[in-house]
Design a protein around this ligand. Sequence first.
Ligand code: HH2
Length: 307
Amino acid sequence: MALGLSPVPLRLRLHDRVLVATDRPLVMGVLNVTPDSFSDGGRHPTAESAVARAFHMAKEGADLIDIGGESTRPGAEPVTVEEETRRVLPILERLLEAGFSLPVSVDTRHAATARLALDRGAHIVNDVSALSDPGMVSVLLDSGAPAVLMHMQGEPRTMQAEPAYRDVVEEVMEGLAEKRDAAVEAGVSPGAIVLDPGLGFGKRTGGGAEDNCVLLSRLPRLHALGHPLLVGASRKRFIGNLTGAPVESRMPGSLAAALAAAWAGAAIVRVHDVAETVQALSVAAALDPSDWSTRWHGDHDPQVQKP
Ligand code: HH2
């Protein structure tokens, strides 16, 4: 039984293979090689430990790995290209040398970093700023690499100060459509674009407004954009706001969000807890939600309702 509703199947042409999603969303394992990422910052201080983590996630069932050298958590200060490449490139080189078999995306807002990473064998650009660097389109055109374009209101340093929306779903869609149109007009193939609503990136959370839940609940609406969708909910602040769980205890909430995204037709889920997510998705993929509609119409035992 296929999981989810995506009317736009994921089929990305990478430089050495085609990446497809079949019966469940692909699991993208997060590998942050930063000192300050909100959940795994400082966990991989050496290239060896980062490479070991990548292999571990592959063993756990990840379908691809996302390597980032700049934290984009709320309040994070930007890093220079020099610092970012110093963090990311040695990992890519070692992964290549060691024959790492999974596709790798590079999580960067910088065209220069993306170009160097693609030269070192990375397959996909994951750009949370959705091509804000004017050089990024040329990188995509020269390399032919697919890109994830994410919605963000503002920029990481200030984005959670006062996010504001009339209608978060419609505005996220408008923002993504605008970025997609600009990319396509510049020559990027529509088939090489994955879109992402950007949970936690300039979205209201806590205090009554919960844009991240609205976006997750209404994710099927985003299929109208006509691109595969990536969702990154893993361990984010809104899960803490909903549950009181500190960042290191948000795995169960993250699984619930990944399942919701999967049932809503996400093509890729970006997660820190790979083994747990793969297990949850595998079970969910074995179920048939279309049977749920019979739940209230089947045999009904009135005894059950008696006090
Ligand atoms: N979230 C983060 C980073 N990159 N990319 C996409 N496409 N979608 C996301 O939701 C997304 C992303 C933030 O999470 P993390 O990398 O764990 O933290 P940090 O930015 O602090 O490194």
